[in-house]
Structures are given as C-alpha cells and as structure tokens.
Design a protein around this ligand. Structure first.
Ligand code: ACO
Length: 209
C-alpha cells in the first residue's frame, strides 16, 4: 500500500455531466478500446508514438497488458492511474506517472478525454480532482505537465487550473512519429490554496453534487 492508492475521486458535476475517477479494471477493455480506436484522429497527435501502430496498441486484446502494467506501477507506488467516468460511463484517463519520493516528491500528470464529451469541462474537473489528491493524500509536492505548443485545448485546461508555464523542452518526446517540442507547465502544493476543486466550484465551473 502506498499513500493515496487505491483511490476513488469525485463525484464532481461539470457541464458535460458527473465526473468520477477510479482505478483501471480488467473489464474496462471493451469500452476503452472502442473509444480509442474510434478517436485515433483526436488522440494520436498528442500521445507517445505507439510501436506496432495505433490499432494494435489500442485493441481490446492490448488492454490486459496495459491494465496489468498500470496496476503494477500503482502497487509499487510509481503511478496513480485513473479511469475517468462521465455519468457512469468510461470517458478517458488521467495518469500520474514517474512518482519520485524522498526530497523531490514529484511526478508528471497526463490525460485524455474521448471526442464524444470534450468541451464540457471533463478534463478540467478530472485533473482538479487528481491534483488535489496528489497534494493531500498522496503526499506529493510538485506536478509537471508537458504539452505540445499546438495543443490549445490542453494548454487551456492547464491554465484554467492555475498551472504555470516554466519552459520549453526541445525535441522532448517521441509523439506521432517525431521528436516534438513540449511546453513544461508545473504546479507545487503551495500554489493550490483552498484546493483546485474548491476553486472551480467558486468560479462556477463545477459543482459538488
Ligand atoms: N481553441 C481554443 N480553445 C479551445 C479549443 C480551440 N481550438 N478547443 C477547445 N478549447 C477550450 C475549450 O473551450 C475549454 O476551455 P473553456 O472552458 O475556457 O471554454 C478548454 O479548451 C477545454 O477544457 P475542458 O472542457 O475541461 O477539456 P476537455 O474535457 O474538452 O478535454 C483534452 C481536453 C483532454 C485536451 C481533450 O481535448 C483531449 O483528450 N485531447 C486529445 C488528447 C490530449 O491532447 N491530451 C492532453 C495531452 S497533454 C497532457 O496530458 C499534459
């Protein structure tokens, strides 16, 4: 057992519906694969290049391997992998990875939301729930989010939540078949004030059901 895992987060109401997060399950494969195969055009430009190709990496048969790898990293305290549900149905993922403890207490955060429910505050609400969890129960101090300069919706998610842009990493990540520059956004525990969820509620962007 590691601090902050396993965990269920939410519910939180956003314009698109009620957002909840929970650990991945073996039976998520069907719904996960259906969204990911359908949404190749929506997701592929922003995700690490997949060896073997998109269809193969996101097939139903690929899920047990991914699930077991996520579960193993979570059990060892290296990751906090969450499935995002909207109104009870799988809609995306938020993953906290490369958790380093000791004097760093830092990790990266990444996310995706299916094309059928973008633009309704789902990513913003889900990431807010995870960030609050990381700085409270999971005992982290800093989160990094790296994003391609072309990814306007994702940059908007980060700036709405109060992440600060700290720099530009040149040729940082192998995404969609090439080394891509990424902006580095970050947040530390001191910057969250009342908490990101409470701030969204105060701004009228979310409600506690
Ligand atoms: N130009 C300007 N703003 C835009 C555009 C655009 N073309 N498209 C969307 N937006 C805005 C929306 O209006 C909204 O802002 P608002 O609340 O001020 O109106 C914001 O971007 C999106 O906020 P949410 O609704 O909370 O986010 P959503 O649930 O739509 O998910 C996400 C956003 C995760 C980026 C989704 O589009 C996605 O999964 N994209 C593909 C994968 C991806 O890019 N993942 C992030 C990689 S980077 C990282 O993980 C750190």
């Amino acid at each position: 057992r590691h601090p902050g895992w396993p965990a269920r987060l939410g519910p939180l109401r956003v314009p698109a519906g009620t957002v909840e997060l929970r650990p991945p399950r073996l039976f998520d494969g069907g719904a996960w694969s259906r969204i990911r195969v359908r949404d190749r055009a929506h997701l592929e430009n922003w995700e690490p290049t997949s060896p073997g190709g998109w269809a193969e990496r996101n097939a139903v048969l690929a899920w047990p391997g991914q699930w077991s790898s996520l579960r193993g990293m979570a059990r060892r305290g290296h990751a906090l992998p969450f499935m995002v549900l909207v109104n009870g149905t799988l809609a995306g993922q938020v993953t906290v990875g490369n958790i380093v403890r000791g004097s760093l207490r830092s990790a990266w955060i990444g996310y995706w939301v299916g094309s059928h429910c973008v633009g309704g505050g789902v990513a913003t609400g889900a990431v807010a729930l995870v960030v609050d969890h990381c700085f409270a129960r999971a005992g982290l101090h800093r989160l990094d989010a790296t994003v391609r300069p072309e990814n306007t919706p994702s940059i908007r998610v980060l700036t709405k939540l109060g992440f600060r842009q700290e720099g530009l990493f040149r040729r940082y990540l192998d995404v969609a078949g090439a080394w891509r520059d990424h902006l580095c956004f970050a947040m530390t525990a001191e910057e969250t004030g009342m908490g990101l969820v409470a701030r969204l509620v105060e701004q009228g962007r979310a409600q506690m059901p």
